[in-house]
Design a protein around this ligand. Structure first.
Ligand SMILES: *Cc1c(COP(=O)(O)O)cnc(C)c1O
Length: 464
């Protein structure tokens, strides 16, 4: 017998195929060749292990043909394309889902991004024909919305904190409560952030209780700043205490050191759906010297990190060389301007996360019932949604979802592979598509994706 591997076609031969030539045009030569090589390697391995096609009936694996190798390579390219960034329907019930890109942008923010895609007046004052300040419009809006003297927007909340700590605490001590040495997400841990900014961590108090006198006792000639960090993603209940922002501001002023407060989510307007979140303007009014928050959590804008507060401190941050490395690009600056303009017009309903959070639960209920009536194997069920994005961990939003009959894992996987992909959540072994995080305008797409997923998961059931 001959080694069937010898019959495998060469890459150069495969490249002559019309379908492969089309793939080269669509995906590029290098990517297509890599996919062909991978498909060939797989075919070779299948021959060796005997997993190949034995259609000729002699029990020996047949040599893979050019057609099967090409089909496998094209499937591989299609699979890779699924990984590109694309719109996804968020049926998780988590309104600000970090894995799904946090805040969905408003229509005006999206337009602003498109408008700034080409040349734009990012650093040009069009009236004077002179170099203008990057972000001046957003910064002015932020001062009006928070009552602070000055503002600066950088890459994200972590960057804003690193910048503030570098400016105020590099080579010095930064005093923080032991209850606030938190981890916000895998790579964001307060002690590591402090170290990377060259600060010496000076922990005070205990995990559950820290008093103003603990801070006072720690302040000395080495102190660069006091830092307070909002416990965004956890809650300590019971025997707890921590000083108020006002008490810390007062102490910092008496001692002549700066007080930085990282409030996390960037709530600009008091809201009953985010009861426990600090409001930026309140923290400014209570006297924090620098207040830090994210742009893409409750603020509802693009990824950004915002520093507001004392004009001299903000200016020191702006002038620090690190600010150049952490600066915001023109597209996100445009989206941030547009998002802040919605606040200034008092038009929170323009921000999708806020619009979704404020839909009455009765409306979700009747919508879910209407949708459930349209297809088999779906029922409207009461759920609890959350704002997410590391905000208000204790706060739940009453919601309604579509519970889907069938193998939950299989359905979830089929929906993720759909077009558009739909991400739901599994509750007690049932797949649930939570309508709190789905704009009603996406209902038809959702139902079509669901029908397709039920079909493909059903087909797999039948063959397994
Ligand atoms: C989310 C969060 C951060 C990090 O902000 P990013 O914008 O994600 O970089 C920092 N501090 C607190 C308290 C947060 O909640």
């Amino acid at each position: 017998m001959t080694d069937p591997r010898a019959a495998l076609p060469a890459v150069t031969t495969l490249l002559d195929d019309d379908a492969v030539a089309a793939a080269v045009a669509a995906h590029g030569h290098a990517r297509t060749v890599a996919a062909l090589r991978a498909a060939l390697a797989e075919a070779r391995a299948a021959v060796v292990t005997g997993d190949g096609d034995t259609a000729d009936g002699d029990g020996e694996p047949a040599a893979p043909t050019s057609e099967t190798v090409i089909a496998a390579a094209l499937a591989r390219l299609t699979d890779q394309d699924r990984r590109r960034l694309q719109p996804v329907i968020n049926a998780t019930g988590v309104l600000l889902h970090t894995n799904l890109g946090r805040a969905p942008l408003s229509g005006t923010a999206v337009q602003a991004i498109a408008g700034a895609a080409g040349p734009t007046n990012l650093e040009l004052d069009l009236a004077q024909g002179e170099r203008g300040g990057r972000g001046a419009v957003a910064h002015a809006a932020l001062t009006r919305l928070t009552g602070a003297d000055a503002a600066l927007a950088v890459n994200n909340g972590a960057a804003a904190l690193v910048l503030a700590l570098t400016v105020l605490g590099h080579g010095r001590e930064v005093v923080i409560s032991r209850g606030e040495l938190v981890e916000i997400g895998g790579s964001f841990r307060l002690p590591d952030i402090m170290a990377s900014a060259g600060c010496h961590l000076r922990e005070v108090g205990t995990t559950n209780r820290t008093r103003i006198d603990d801070y006072r006792a720690a302040i000395g000639p080495e102190t660069g700043a006091l830092l307070r960090v909002h416990p965004s993603n956890f809650r300590i209940d019971g025997f707890t205490a921590r000083p108020t922002t006002s008490e810390l501001s007062q102490l910092a002023r008496q001692a002549g050191v700066a007080f930085i407060e990282d409030i996390g989510s960037g709530l600009l307007v008091r809201s009953k759906v985010a009861r426990d979140e600090p409001v930026a303007s309140q923290v400014v009014a209570d006297g924090a010297d620098l207040v830090i928050f994210s742009g893409d959590k409750l603020l509802g804008g693009p990824q950004a990190g915002i520093l507001v507060g004392d004009a001299e401190l903000v200016e020191r941050c702006r002038r620090h060389p690190l600010a150049r490395a952490l600066r915001l690009d023109k597209l996100r600056m445009a989206a941030l301007e547009a998002t802040l303009a919605s606040y200034e017009r008092d038009a929170l309903e323009e921000l999708p996360a806020w619009a979704l959070a404020s839909v009455p639960v009765e409306e979700l209920q009747s919508r879910a019932e209407r949708l459930a009536d349209r297809a088999a194997g779906i029922a409207a069920v009461a759920t609890e949604a959350v704002l997410g994005g590391g905000s208000t961990p204790g706060n739940r939003l009453a919601s309604v979802g579509l519970a889907v009959d069938g193998d939950a894992e299989q359905l979830a996987a089929a929906l993720r592979r759909g077009d558009p992909p739909v991400v739901g959540r599994i509750v007690e072994d049932r797949l649930v598509l939570d309508l709190r995080s789905v704009p009603e305008s996406q209902d038809e797409q959702l139902m079509a994706a669901l029908a397709a997923a039920q079909g493909s998961a059903g087909a797999r059931d039948a063959t397994s």
